[in-house]
Design a protein around this ligand. Sequence first.
Ligand SMILES: Cc1cc2nc3c(=O)[nH]c(=O)nc-3n(C[C@H](O)[C@H](O)[C@H](O)COP(=O)(O)O)c2cc1C
Length: 214
Amino acid sequence: MTAMTNATVVGFSGNLARPSKTRGFVKHFVSEIADRHGLAAVTFDLDDVGRSLGTARWSRDLDEAGQTVLDAVVSADVLVVGSPTYKGSYTGLFKHFFDLVDPVALRGKPVLLTATGGGERHALMVDHQLRPLFAFFEALVLPTAVYATDRDFLEGALASEAIRKRGEQAIEEAGLALASRRHAAAEDFAPSPEMDGRPRSLIDRYWLEWIPRL
Ligand SMILES: Cc1cc2nc3c(=O)[nH]c(=O)nc-3n(C[C@H](O)[C@H](O)[C@H](O)COP(=O)(O)O)c2cc1C
């Protein structure tokens, strides 16, 4: 593995319409992570994916706009996902977008989970709905997931100090995951004594190095 250049934090939001609190929420985390760690940043939503999504069964069925978003998501160094809560879960089209992603394409990728909802009743949506989806992909899902309600926004911008504070925790975890990836790339996955001389994968590093530091 070669050292990473042009590392990118990519946001993907499952909102169906704009303006969108969820898109703004995702973008907040993308900007913070990019600014603090010197990453390139880009945020997409379902509008960017475009109309070909609805009838696509495979990624090859997406048109150029949709393919561009999918390529950015799978090649991100850090991924921030978010969805408005619809009927206690992520939106249907958010799931459909990830149905088109290769099952191994997100393995080991740091993913920050976020969601917005009309009220606090569905705050565990991030852990009970989004987390299992990214567990399927064997992504490196960050421990802290962040949920905000309509009341936490003022004129579209995040206004809650409590949510901002929780967000800081998630941003810090994203930084640790990124540092671990950079470290792994620099070390070229050298054979490690803990792994019986086998090179450490990113998942090994998660357990051996990153989790003990939290
Ligand atoms: C079809 C539909 C279903 C919704 N279901 C829920 C729900 O189950 N729980 C909840 O807290 N909010 C629900 N909401 C409210 C939205 O999640 C909330 O307003 C969200 O912040 C909107 O995000 P956006 O501005 O990005 O579209 C629903 C909204 C719509 C349109």
